[in-house]
Design a protein around this ligand. Structure first.
Ligand code: FES
Length: 244
């Protein structure tokens, strides 16, 4: 099989891909496909090749191909990753298992319903920039007052899939949602007391078990687990008698 036309030695690898079609009465199954991988071939490259040459019905999401849009997230050998920057041969495995993200409902093959992610994330206000983080010493062109930092979260859903609590508790706000509340607190969006009240529950910061799977899996260094611990400290501090 071809491999994006790149020359050089290839290594045969089997992809075992979870399949499911919407409306099907059949349970999800696994189909296997062979690819000849070179060192640069990503899992997304392999899926594109399979779709182009073997099975045009294979469903998956992607857009940017460079780890910035967050759409290509899936499980590769049980690990939640961005498939566009996950190399096939780096898996060091003759058989690679490719599955959709967990926690969110399965739509088809490797596609999940990201509505569940948005439902947990949106109440925090979708802070796209951090007004509180900018370089005071940065030289800006005429007419530009200052540079602000764009939000790091690419909304890939990986943290929600990796979170052992969100997997079993649909009410848990989840890592990305709690990280978004943290940013709202940082930015001063809304009343501080209202923000802390929104996360002060078993569905919020107290639901986290501190497994830190989210921080480990996040491809954008948002470090949601660390931000949840920060929010906890702020909730506790707000209740201390001398805080009032
Ligand atoms: S395709 Fe955009 S992050 Fe992978």
């Amino acid at each position: 099989m071809s491999n994006n036309g790149r020359p050089g030695p290839k290594t045969p690898v089997t992809l075992k891909i979870l399949r499911y079609k919407p409306g099907s009465i059949d349970p999800p199954r696994y189909d296997t496909f062979q690819v000849d991988a070179d060192p640069l071939m990503t899992v997304l490259d392999a899926l594109e090749e399979i779709r182009a040459t073997e099975d045009p019905t294979l469903a998956y999401r992607h857009s940017c191909h460079h780890a910035s849009c967050g759409t290509c997230a899936m499980k590769v050998n049980g690990k939640d990753v961005l498939s566009c920057v996950t190399k096939v041969l780096d898996q060091k495995s003759d058989v690679i298992v490719v599955e959709p993200l967990g926690t969110m409902p399965l739509v088809a093959d490797l596609v999940v319903d990201m509505g569940d992610f948005a439902r947990r994330y949106e109440p925090a206000g979708l802070s796209f920039v951090r007004e509180s983080e900018y370089l005071t010493e940065a030289q800006t062109p005429e007419g530009v007052e200052r540079y602000t930092r764009f939000e790091s979260c690419i909304e890939c859903g990986i943290c929600l899939s990796a979170c052992p609590v969100a997997n079993t508790n649909a009410s848990f706000i989840g890592p990305a949602g709690l990280a978004a509340w943290y940013r709202s607190l940082q930015k001063g969006d809304g009343e501080r007391a209202d923000i802390l009240a929104a996360v002060d529950s078993d569905c919020g910061v107290w639901g986290c078990h501190g497994a830190m799977e989210c921080t480990e899996a996040c491809p954008s260094q948002v470090q949601p687990g660390d931000l949840i611990m920060y929010l906890r400290r702020e909730v506790v501090k707000s209740k201390l008698p001398w805080a009032h």
